[in-house]
Design a protein around this ligand. Sequence first.
Ligand code: IVH
Length: 747
Amino acid sequence: MASQSSPTVERADSAQLAARNRVEELREQVRHHNRRYFIDDDPEISDADYDALFRELRGIEERYPQLVTADSPTQQVGAEVEQTTFAVVEHPLPMLSLGNAFNADELREWRRRAADLLDRESFIYVTEPKIDGLAIALIYEDGRLVQAATRGDGRRGEDVTPNIRRIPAVPHELTGNPPRRFEVRGEVFMPKQGFEAMNAGIAEQNEALLAAGKRPQRLFANPRNAAAGAVRQKDPRITAQRPLDMAVYQLGWSENGDGRAVPDGHWETLAWLAELGLPATPQAARHDDLEQVIAACERWTRRRDALPFDMDGVVIKVDDIGLQEDLGVVGREPRWAIAWKFPPQEATTVLREIAVNVGRTGSLNPFARLEPVRVGGVTVQNATLHNLGDIHRKDVREGDTVIVRRAGEVIPQVVGPVLSARPEGATVWQMPAACPSCGKPTERREDEAMFYCVNRACEEIVRRSLEHFAGRGGMDIEGLGEKLIAELIEGKFVRDAADIYALPSLREQLGATTFLGVKAKTKAERELAEYWPGQRLSNLLTAIEASKSRGLPALLTGLGIRHVGAEVAGLLAERFGSLEEILQAEQETLAGVEGVGEIIAESVAAWARDDANVELAQRLRTAGVVVELEREAGGEEDAGEPLAGLRFVITGRLEAMSRPQAEAALKRLGAAISGTVSKTTTALIAGEAAGSKLRKAQELDRPIRDESWLLSALQEPSAAAAEFIKAEPEAAEPEAESQQAVLPQED
Ligand code: IVH
């Protein structure tokens, strides 16, 4: 036996040794990242990567409990407070952290453990948004704010009272009948809108600093860092200028010497805190079983991007304070609460190259080519970098390890570099002096800090202009997509929009091009080739013919004059009635049109001064394209009322059109418009800075859409209508505690 067991023992020893080494390595890393996050406010890895390190560490400690030490980061909260300019304060009741659940089963396990410990099956729960900011404890004495402190390491934090007093949401005096001395805890955060505005302000100042040859200020990477930075300002007047807010989510401790009682449930506590004038956490909900909690978490996950603040999850708490005490704390985490974490939207990866693409207007748009990385459930390979100024402000260089963020459906962004991982010799990136497509010199436009290719024959500009002309917003030529346009340019069939209308006369030649069959490579091309040159070609030529009568606004939009989108095109068409009149109009006359203004007028006038454009307009007319406003022109009008039965509410600021214009456009398609959000609202269309209506829609769980959705709905109303008819049952409240929403299909 001994001879058999000894190798096992050795193996166990060596496994334990490996575990010990790894644990030490992980602790080192976690401590380092704690410091970066909690003390420097400058994290260098994404939250998801941090969570992975932490989970691995805790996993090993669970397997080898003998390796757990009191100073392991798993046993502590955050980073220890270093000597700073703030006084250190002790927290009489430690400020805890929260365990995480990444899916429904982990939540069910959490409930199971609590149920087993207390030997009871049913609980009442409260869910609250886990707002991404920093935890602050407020102490009130005789109704007055006397101290505000950060969490620090959980036991000792920093006294930031003068700064917290500058946050408008934090009352200096309470109303009602508060306990003599008590502490509340909550999250100080920066709403997204304030964050964007603040960064925009810094960017603007940076333009001036750059122009004066001075060093620009770094932008804040996210609202959490911005909030943490603002709270730890040495000068409270600076804190006062930052758009901070607070949500109070917990009663810490209280001294009720004179018998003033505090509520014995968390849900009631929140209402009680609000009565005292404190900003109790918004949008909390009460549930009487865990499946309801899970449904609520899933709803939050779906709408996280529509909220006015950054959330990194949902906090679930057992309501009964007595049961909370019975459940107690393990390590640094209470057993009575847990955080449901959203899938990460940030990841770190290597920036291989900064490449440049050429836009329709000739603008040079830098973007990042990345080592592929999974972010928020999709693999990301490219991310936008906006423009040269942005790249320099963020100090992003080729070869850098970068943090990539993806929010909702928007294009992934490079947040910034991980400076400690910068390879030696990485150089500051510069815009290429030559257009990457045609090789002609590029130009910087003073006014816009943007670079342009000004060669109108540049193949990339031609390609993108034609895609725009034939696309949905323009002449909407079915079948004439990216691929075919590329082929037609390569085959020298087209160089500009007017050439499209000469294609019918080239029927024979078109039938014999590579794309049309001879050298089909992929399956899709072969299938296409079988069709071609018969039906497909006929369809295309029919679509080209039909597009001629799309009407003046579509034509104007399709021409891609800078700043002339569908809205402005409509205004110009209405006012002048024909392309000719528009091209001949004086700049002042153009600027005088309501909704047009100087910048657009200048752009239209400049377009009209260019002989090549005048010739293009002439050739389009000769080809039979309708260049006059035909109020009764065929095409899309008269498609019935595809949005009939749907009821929208519009709120916030829209970019492309005014709210009344948007309402009128939706009404024309048959939709009803209402001023208030209710259960019968099909969807809320929320522009910038949406406020109470957005909150109301969230409360009622009505679908929320943004302006880009509105624009596509106006283009394709039937598809938009279908979306709701399909989406409704799924969006309906599972624990329908209230009357059923009036669904459009129910008539
Ligand atoms: S309760 C014992 N509720 O999350 C429970 N925390 O990881 C301690 N947070 O330090 C916190 N929103 O900074 C709680 N509604 C909420 C919260 C919340 C955000 C933060 C807070 C805390 C951290 C725990």
